[in-house]
Design a protein around this ligand. Structure first.
Ligand code: F6R
Length: 608
């Protein structure tokens, strides 16, 4: 979603601001802007609708030497994508970039008749409000910001610069992330640490309710109530290679192909094949606490929700002593759900910033329930607010569609389930097969990717003409099919939906005709024959089917079969998901759409 960058230092601010905004492009946006202020207080504000390339065109004749400035990529919420609605917003002598939503902006706007509003945004209201306290420099900028923020209801990450103090930025956060990069004679600001990679490895992550005055050689952090905060400087672990395409045409393909390594990172130090056990330190639960767990709530959105669904099928197999409930965060946050004693909540999020998931975490914590994060982004809000957690360690996902995070989220949750089962004394003979398969998965994923890549690319050519798709599966293959359908729909805009095979005759079978193609997951196992019968039902109605299976004898006359040769049984759906990820990728390439930045979507959904 929206992105913020800021710079104060000895170099030209414009360089970092534009390159930083480019790093944040993956988050999704529809307009962009920067303002820089010269040492003698002259501001240069440039904004453009559309891509950063448009902004660069406008900036090309305006190369400035200014040493301070802020920039923004906007993902429209209040008001259409346009130059006037783009940030930074000006009020008097100040310029504001804002992520989040000011919920009471209408009331606040009524109190600001002196400001000539140019945009439809809530963010300009915030700028005008700060200016009303600043009074053209009568008060300190930071004090004006604090006064204004005390009146605001909603969420914000902001960076403010003034023509009257071109040696500082004021930044603040509540509900929208802000990171301050500590450099040598320069300080950088961003809403996402990836913008800082390559500039500095040292960062301060602001907490909600904190405001900071940022200068090239110092950072002062305090709360909105003026209590000083001794901010912790943390290390940024991401390296440049992780946020570059590394020879691939698209980030999505790179991220799909990275899965052998990314999953190996998730497993590092956590699996003991010899003993047939797993060990997770992060959740911070003692053996006694683990033994008391009777119920898990898994909370997530989109792909993270699907990962939770899939993991729940496995966790239920370990012991009947745990029930698992998987919930969509945007729904759960408003439900009056009863949470039984002995519950632990798993909060699943790649970005660690998803607004609905974060809101659930806070609601659940209020009820005294122990929370465990399954998060990728280190230092993210969810990672900081959970009681304990397991990072999946897959490095950043830049492509909007989530791939490598899904695989690792599933396995991280399964490992948490195994940890509980171990503590409850479930026999090693029951758990060991899962542990052994998990340990071998990274290598197997690499093998399968190599084996199927070429075939899937060809298959995609055949199916790229369809506008509708049905994904089908039973048992663990059902949530996997849900994830497959989401991947196809979000990047190729094909209307793809998943159904449990057993649900076919209850409605979806009526859809089967020449406008649709079907993707069916048919894994080996107790329900294999039932899935085969369902495939026959679709075939009998003239379905255009792609079957993904690990059963070498599968011989029904469907249009395409992708056979996965593997010793993996329990986690075969995760391997089938690789085929679906590649299918979504190649169909999208065939259709000529923007693979990494699908329309209307943002990587990190920080608003409801
Ligand atoms: C789909 C996708 C989204 C995210 C969802 C949750 O490919 O990426 O559905 O999974 O927005 O995001 P996180 O995991 O960051 O909370």
């Amino acid at each position: 979603m929206c992105g913020i960058v800021g710079y104060v230092g000895e170099k030209k601010a414009q360089g970092f601001l534009v390159s930083g905004l480019k790093r944040l492009e993956y988050r999704g946006y529809d307009s962009a802007g920067v303002v820089t202020v010269s040492d003698d207080g002259e501001a240069t504000l440039v904004r453009a609708k559309g891509k950063i390339a448009e902004l660069e065109k406008k900036l090309s004749g305006l190369k400035r030497d200014d040493h301070v400035g802020v920039g923004h990529t906007r993902w429209a919420t209040h008001g259409e994508p346009s130059e006037l609605n783009a940030h930074p917003h000006r009020a008097g002598k100040i310029y504001v970039v804002h992520n989040g939503i000011i919920e009471n902006y209408k009331e606040l706007k009524d109190t600001l008749p002196q400001h000539d509003f140019k945009s439809e945004t809530d963010s300009e209201v915030l700028a005008a409000l700060i200016d009303s306290f600043y009074q053209d420099g009568k008060y300190e900028l930071v004090d004006a910001v604090v006064q204004a923020l005390k009146l605001v209801k909603g969420t914000y990450g902001i960076a403010v610069v003034s023509e009257l103090s071109p040696d500082e930025l004021v930044v603040a956060r509540s509900g929208s992330p802000l990171v301050i990069g500590v450099g040598n004679n320069e300080t950088l600001v961003a809403s996402d640490a990836s913008a800082l990679v390559g500039h500095t490895k040292r960062a301060i992550y602001l907490n909600d309710g904190e405001v900071a005055v940022v200068r090239k050689d110092g950072i002062e952090v305090k709360t909105l109530n003026a209590e000083p905060v001794s901010a912790k400087v943390e290390e940024i672990e991401t390296n440049l290679a992780a946020i570059q395409k590394g020879g691939y045409e698209h980030f999505l393909l790179k991220e799909i192909m990275e899965q052998p390594n990314s999953l190996a990172e998730t497993l590092r130090g956590r699996v003991n094949v010899k003993e047939g056990t797993v060990h997770l330190g992060g959740p911070g639960l003692s053996e006694a606490e683990l033994r008391k767990i009777r119920h898990l709530i898994i909370v997530g959105c989109g792909t993270a929700y699907h990962a939770g669904m899939l993991a729940s099928y496995y966790i239920e197999q370990f012991t009947s002593e745990i029930t698992v409930e998987v919930v969509i965060a945007s729904e759960y946050r408003y439900r009056q759900a009863y949470i039984p004693d002995g519950t632990v909540a798993l909060i699943v999020s790649q970005s660690g910033e998803t607004a609905d998931t974060l809101a659930c975490l806070r609601e659940i914590k209020k009820q005294g329930v122990r929370t465990v994060g399954i998060v990728n982004a280190i230092g993210s809000t969810i990672a900081r607010e959970v009681d304990g957690g397991t990072y999946v360690h897959v490095e950043p996902e830049i492509s909007v569609a989530s791939t490598k995070a899904f695989t690792s989220q599933v396995i991280a949750m399964v490992m948490f389930g195994l940890t509980i089962a171990q503590a409850k004394g479930v026999r090693n003979t029951v758990l060991r097969p899962y542990v052994e398969e998990i340990a071998g998965l990274p290598e197997e994923i690499g093998r399968v990717l190599d084996a199927v890549n070429g075939d899937v690319k060809e298959i995609a050519k055949r199916y790229a003409k369809y506008e509708h798709a049905i994904y089908l599966g039973r048992d663990t293959a059902y949530p996997t099919a849900m994830e497959g359908a989401l991947k196809l729909k979000e990047i190729s805009y094909v209307d793809a939906n998943a159904y449990a095979f057993g649900e076919l005759k209850h409605g979806p079978l009526a859809l089967v005709d020449d406008r649709f193609f079907e993707v069916a997951l048919v894994p080996e196992g107790a329900l294999y024959e039932k899935s085969v019968s369902n495939v026959q039902e679709v075939l009998a109605r003239g379905g255009h089917m792609v079957v993904i299976t690990n059963v070498s004898e599968f011989d029904l006359p469907v249009e395409c079969v992708v056979k996965i040769t593997t010793s993996v049984r329990l986690f075969a759906p995760l391997l089938m998901n690789l085929v679906m990820q590649l299918l979504a990728y190649y169909v999208t390439v065939e259709k000529g759409y923007n693979v990494d930045q699908p329309r209307n979507l943002a990587k990190s959904v920080t608003v409801e």
